[in-house]
Design a protein around this ligand. Structure first.
Ligand code: NDP
Length: 504
């Protein structure tokens, strides 16, 4: 069944050189509503040749187009116009995001608000940028460090926060003066298609923003194994990040990879009880755990561990799961059958490895949920340790593991005992302990007595195998810029290195 979202996202879904078109081979892909398991839209699916066309369009728009040299104020105005259109269409975009990802409408609305903030933030930030004057100590020389657009960018996003993740890339790329090819996940392309239509309406010039969607495994080579791209910004899983990094290295193409996380949430015995229970719960079960910064490893003080886990188990059982469009739902289904299979497999492995299942572990026992949906209840495994796959791997679902500690040193060692390093939380009422922990944790974002928050003005990214590069904040703009030093001698003189030879 094709709903009215087909109309909203238009008849054709590849956007190349300012034109909407079908795939070169006429291919399409069914898009599935995770709450029902049924098809609710059909989109054009790009071929590798379409991806190559998109790169050629972006290359031409960068090399011969006006966008890279458009004054910053005009670029910033364009970002603000996009933000205004996002405000206008927020309700519809949120609805599309919910149908596509399964997340609740309230979460999707927050996502769209965040997207709007990102565009406004980068519009303002770019306007405050200025050249850096360097005193080189030579009379008559003016030395300046300036920033210029890096060039053609390939922007690849995952399915968990489709529009949010791609906006963290498109907004700084656009304002920096780059041209780009956006590739959303094959699972969740609809909000990005609708968004590109808004960009067209806002006046993004042809070739500056191109859109292809389709399987990464099919388009990846065309998008990354090329000398025509200057920067690849990728958000997704570790294994894909590795493939892209290896391919880009052949071309010495700059890459930023924002990868997964296995994020500890450390609770000391003196932490505020109620907020700790609620935030550990929300930190792992929001969006059914399909969040890169999800706090999936509870590391809790032995002094309170049993009581704390009991409280979590009780509250987890009360989380209302359902169709994201139902206002009563507090969390939605998993995004796909593949994710559901993955959770079931982790439950089996964890049980074999000796973890103690305290709640969940399968679909909720409810007969009012659509049997075609990808339902998996909030799950807590107690008595876990680092030897277990469930503690080491990024499960990317609603599974919380529990480890215990007796000393702060032990808590810190456990929190850092991961290949990843994306995000961590610490809860304590002792400021000195808190400071010691937040400085000691090797993670890109650390929350103290809070969890999950971010702002467009502060950098986001990971240590270790959570990736390299940063998104958001000034560094998130710098990723899309080349740095150039301009040495200007305002009083050139003939006196040079070899002058004395002439005089001799
Ligand atoms: P994947 O790595 O499977 O996919 C991410 C994107 O890469 C998708 O668009 C995918 O396309 C594409 N892709 C797949 N293979 C290739 C390839 N060979 N070349 C180029 N592109 C390719 O990740 P998921 O979509 O499953 O997303 C979940 C992951 O993303 C988790 O690990 C999560 O932690 C991470 N993530 C990290 C964030 C961060 O800020 N660090 C934020 C959000 C998520 P397709 O979908 O068609 O396969």
């Amino acid at each position: 069944m094709v709903g009215d979202h087909h109309l909203y996202v238009g008849d054709h879904h590849l956007y190349i050189d300012g034109r909407w078109r079908a795939a070169g081979d006429g291919g399409t892909r069914d898009i599935i509503n995770p709450a029902t398991g049924s098809v609710f839209a059909v989109v054009d699916e790009a071929t590798p040749a379409d991806a190559t066309d998109a790169i050629a369009a972006a290359r031409a728009a960068f090399d011969a187009g006006e966008w890279p040299a458009t004054p910053i104020a005009e670029r910033a105005d364009l970002l603000r116009r996009i933000a205004d259109l996002l405000v206008r269409d927020k309700a519809e975009l949120a609805r599309i995001e919910t149908l596509d990802t399964g997340k609740t409408l309230a979460e999707s609305e927050i996502d769209i608000d965040d997207v709007i903030s990102v565009f406004r933030y980068y519009a303002s930030l770019a306007e405050t940028e200025s050249d850096r004057l360097v005193d080189v100590g030579v009379a008559g020389v003016i030395s300046r460090v300036v920033h210029e657009p890096i060039g053609v960018c390939v922007l690849i996003a995952p399915w968990n926060y489709p529009l949010l993740q791609i906006s963290w890339k498109i907004a700084p790329a656009l304002v920096a003066g780059c041209t780009m090819i956006a590739k959303p996940s094959e699972v969740t392309p609809l909000s990005t298609i609708a968004f590109v239509r808004l960009c067209e309406e806002a006046g993004v010039p042809p070739g500056v923003l191109n859109l292809v969607q389709g399987a990464g495994s099919r388009l990846g080579t065309a998008l990354t194994d090329t000398d025509d791209v200057d920067f690849i910004s990728f958000t997704g899983g570790l294994s894909t990040g590795r493939i892209i990094s290896e391919t880009a290295a052949k071309h010495v193409t700059k890459v930023a990879v924002e990868l997964g996380g296995k994020n500890p949430h450390i609770v000391f015995a003196d932490a505020d009880w109620d907020s700790s229970v609620e935030q550990v719960l929300a930190g792992v079960f929001l969006h059914s755990g399909q969040v890169c910064s999800s706090g999936t490893r509870l590391i809790v003080d032995s002094a309170i561990a049993d009581r704390f886990v009991d409280a979590l188990v009780e509250r987890a059982g009360q989380i209302r799961m359902g169709d994201g469009l139902d206002p009563a739902s507090k969390t939605g289904p998993l995004v796909s059958q593949a994710q559901l299979d993955k959770m079931n497999s982790y439950v089996a492995t964890a049980t074999e490895e000796g973890a103690v299942l305290r709640c969940g572990g399968g679909p909720p026992e409810r007969d009012d949920l659509d049997p075609g949906g990808y339902w998996f209840a909030p799950t807590i495994f107690d008595r876990c340790d680092r030897s277990m796959a469930i503690v080491r791997d990024e499960t990317f679902g609603p599974i919380l593991t529990v480890e215990r500690f007796d000393t702060a040193a032990e808590a810190l060692a456990l929190g850092n005992d991961t290949d990843y390093g994306l995000a961590a939380g610490v809860r304590t009422s002792d400021d000195a302990v808190g400071e010691h922990m937040v400085r000691g944790l090797r993670h890109g974002t650390v929350w103290l007595n809070d969890f999950g928050y971010y702002t467009p003005a502060a950098e986001w990214g990971g240590f270790g195998k959570s990736g390299n590069g940063r998104e958001l904040g000034p560094t998130g703009l710098a990723e899309y810029q080349e740095t150039k030093h301009i040495w200007h001698n305002t009083a050139p003189s003939a006196s040079q290195w070899f002058t004395h030879e002439k005089d001799d």
